[in-house]
Design a protein around this ligand. Sequence first.
Ligand code: SAM
Ligand code: SF4
Length: 333
Amino acid sequence: MSDTTNILRDKQGRAMNYLRLAITDKCNLRCSYCMPEEGITFAPRKDLMSYEEILRLIVLLSEHGVNKIRITGGEPFLRKDLIHFLKELKGIRKIEKIAITTNGTITARHLDELWELDIRDINLSIDSVDRQRFMKITRRDQCDQVWDCYTQMRDRGFRLKINAVVMKNLNVDDIIPLVALTKQEDVSVRFIEEMPFNGSDENKIGLEWNYLKILEHITEEYGTPKKLKDPKNSTSLNYQIPGHKGSFGIIPAYTRSFCGSCNRLRLTPQGVLKTCLYDEGVFSIRDLMRSGATDDELMAAIQDALAHRAKDGWEAERSRVQNIVESMANIGG
Ligand code: SAM
Ligand code: SF4
């Protein structure tokens, strides 16, 4: 355990122990809720935080209470030498948990290495059980590969969660089949409210399929599900259909009712620190590092950012200078 006097805390006194690390903005899918179909410019390599820079930051953060890292993106498995980076990350003593969020398109070829590294907590993003609907949402014909990856991971014994963004007119018909999957399979399916990060300024979400509507829809089919105890700092409200092996959760990402216990820091692929999903980036850790900052100077800048951290996603959004135009691929979810 870290020395408790040393732990990073925000303005509200919340301890920050979780870093979500988007290591690339590149992706081989084009999910409509995340990025436009065309006209995307990915960051040039020199703009990305190098693995060495990221590791330096994580060692520092781990000395200040950060003990959980989620690797995300873009599609993390598209970044070169990811497995080598993960090996280095495993070597940081105070990091207790490493998890990955992936779209499952090219993940299957790395399962041996992940297993060897004892990285077994994987969130797979799969918005549909149906090939046509999957294609409409992701604009790519990869449904079979992704479900095949799910099956391989399940059979190997990875701890799996499925992430599905719920969208009116696109995949509402997938809600019940995805819950049905939990009958025989020990998987947690999480339905996510759509957020306005689709890489354009046409992102006004009249969120019809919010948390309550999703829950009501499931209740109509199965009766009232059992409420499960939510893990500490969980963003999902978790349930189980009586008799099912697995469970389901709903993430009120747009209605933002989980902000009060948020323990997350985010780093974009270009090294910008975000202290809230909805802020527009607080400062560039990459630039500070590249200007020759010492470890103490880096930590002082991070502590200062936390001293000004918004209380919740609504406050962070109000403080923005620009409207939201980012793609979630540059935030990591
Ligand atoms: N490419 C990987 C994947 O899709 O799993 C990792 C990055 S992706 C940005 C991380 C998560 O963010 C995915 O589960 C995705 O469904 C979710 N996401 C992306 N855009 C979103 C949006 N506009 N609203 C809600 N969730 C979103
Ligand atoms: Fe790619 Fe993930 Fe965004 Fe889909 S959600 S476009 S898979 S980064």
